[in-house]
Design a protein around this ligand. Structure first.
Ligand SMILES: *Cc1c(COP(=O)(O)O)cnc(C)c1O
Ligand SMILES: [Zn+2]
Length: 423
């Protein structure tokens, strides 16, 4: 069925228990029926989900009584009725990190630990959990994505569980561990010769040709909302308090801008009070279009051709770059880019001070936080959260065993004892 030509995708739901909300254009305000469409047909502006302003919002106690997943904040996710797929994604640990706080020179630091996200060890599990419910609610028979790696794995896994055919398109030179982890779930994995930005353009054309739900293309309005749950979880896990600052990696800029939106909604709902945390964006110098725009004071983003080992962040033309920039500026935050050697050191510093092994994006976030601290971005009384967005075993080649002194000895006690004495 997956090769079937496009026919109009209507709002007739296959499963009436999940109904995606309508969409509204952020520019011209025109409202659209729920559909797999991210761009306003009138003015090409971005479509955003419309929430019923009169819906009943839950109290802190009501939220606390719900299962530990993104769906405990379901009133802020773009559906009416109960979700049917991927019900156990989200609510990852917020890990106290006193040794990292000391390095940063701040009062407290925590790791928002999406390296243990369910089911595929990256924060992309959140956005796919919302996108897959939108796909099913809209009657899409095939789910697809353009991916820098982690999205491919999450789409493949969540589609497999739901029994929906999946096509994932990736740049051909992606890390082997990520290609394998997508393919093992039975998804159709297609390696495209080119960069992520080429893959993304191709997927926009595929969305016009086939009746596919492409999670980060035509389902983007529903997909992006999943990232807001990072902000709700941080606030709840701190006992309904807000940290002073949050550091997050940026690829397309969606995560950081949705964290901003999530904090704003939690404050507006009266769940938490105080100032929105200052937001800090992290990129690799080999692909830092949002950081460069921040530094130069530009309004728009100048695309770049990515060249970095931080493949999960290698988006040269970030779709939500302007929104991420606006969020950083509105909250009084900042942005920093780090080199590949710095991000590799960042992976090691993070692991050896917090016990959390992040992939290259985690190295970028940690190294950027340290760079920001060195230039005085944080105050001694600040409480800072670092979003570590995917597991280190996804990019095992970033940190080589050859970088460590790992002796091989006989099984004789004397051999090890002399090592211990020499240590
Ligand atoms: C996709 C991704 C990001 C950033 O995503 P955007 O929302 O596109 O900015 C961060 N970290 C990891 C590990 C990712 O896979
Ligand atoms: Zn419009």
């Amino acid at each position: 069925m997956s090769g079937q030509e496009k026919r109009p995708v209507t709002a007739v739901s296959l499963d009436l228990s999940t109904q995606p909300v309508p969409l509204r254009c952020a520019h011209c305000g025109v409202t659209q029926e729920p559909q797999a469409q991210a761009i306003c047909p009138e003015c090409l502006g971005p479509l955003e989900p419309v929430y019923d302003p009169d819906r009943t919002l839950p109290s802190r106690e009501e939220i606390a009584s719900r299962a530990p997943s993104i769906w405990r904040y379901r009133e802020w996710l773009p559906f009416t009725g109960a979700p049917v797929h991927s019900l156990d994604t989200g609510f990852t640990p917020l890990v106290d990190a006193p040794r990292l706080a000391a390095l940063l020179g701040v009062a407290r630091a925590w790791i928002k630990n999406d390296t243990v996200a369910h089911p595929t060890l990256s924060f992309k599990d959140r956005v796919v959990a919302t996108a897959i419910n939108a796909a099913v609610g809209l009657g899409c028979e095939t789910i697809a994505c353009a991916s820098t790696g982690n999205l491919a794995i999450s789409v493949a896994a969540q589609a497999a569980r739901a029994g929906i055919p999946a096509w994932v398109l990736i740049p051909d030179d992606l890390e082997p561990a990520k290609i394998l982890a997508a393919a093992v779930h039975g998804a159709r994995v297609v390696r495209v010769r080119g960069t992520y930005d080429d893959v993304n353009r191709l997927c926009a054309q595929l969305a016009d040709k086939f009746a596919w739900g492409i999670v980060n293309v035509n389902l983007r309005p529903y997909y992006g909302e999943g990232s807001k749950t990072v902000a709700f979880e941080i606030a709840e896990q701190l006992g309904w308090r807000l940290p002073a600052a949050v550091v997050a990696p940026m690829a397309g800029g969606s995560l950081l801008s949705k964290i901003h939106k999530g904090f704003g909604e939690a404050i507006a709902a009266g769940l938490v009070s105080g100032a929105t945390p200052r937001l800090y964006g992290a990129q690799a110098t080999g692909c830092a279009p949002i950081v460069r725009a921040f530094e130069s004071g530009a309004e728009g983003i100048t695309p770049v051709v990515p060249k970095t080992i931080a493949r999960s962040l290698a988006i040269g033309a970030p779709a939500d770059g302007p929104k991420a920039l606006a969020a950083i500026r509105a909250t009084g935050g900042s942005a920093a880019a780090v080199t590949d050697p710095e991000l590799i050191q960042g992976i090691r510093t993070l692991a050896s001070t917090t016990g959390v092994f992040g992939e290259t994006a985690g190295g970028v976030t940690t190294a950027a936080a340290l760079a920001l601290a060195a230039r005085g971005a944080f105050r001694p009384d600040d409480e800072v959260v670092l979003c570590i967005t995917a597991h280190g075993l996804k990019t095992p080649d970033a940190v080589s065993v050859r970088d460590f002194d790992i002796p091989t000895v006989s099984s004789k006690l004397a051999d090890v004892a002399s090592l211990v004495r020499a240590a």
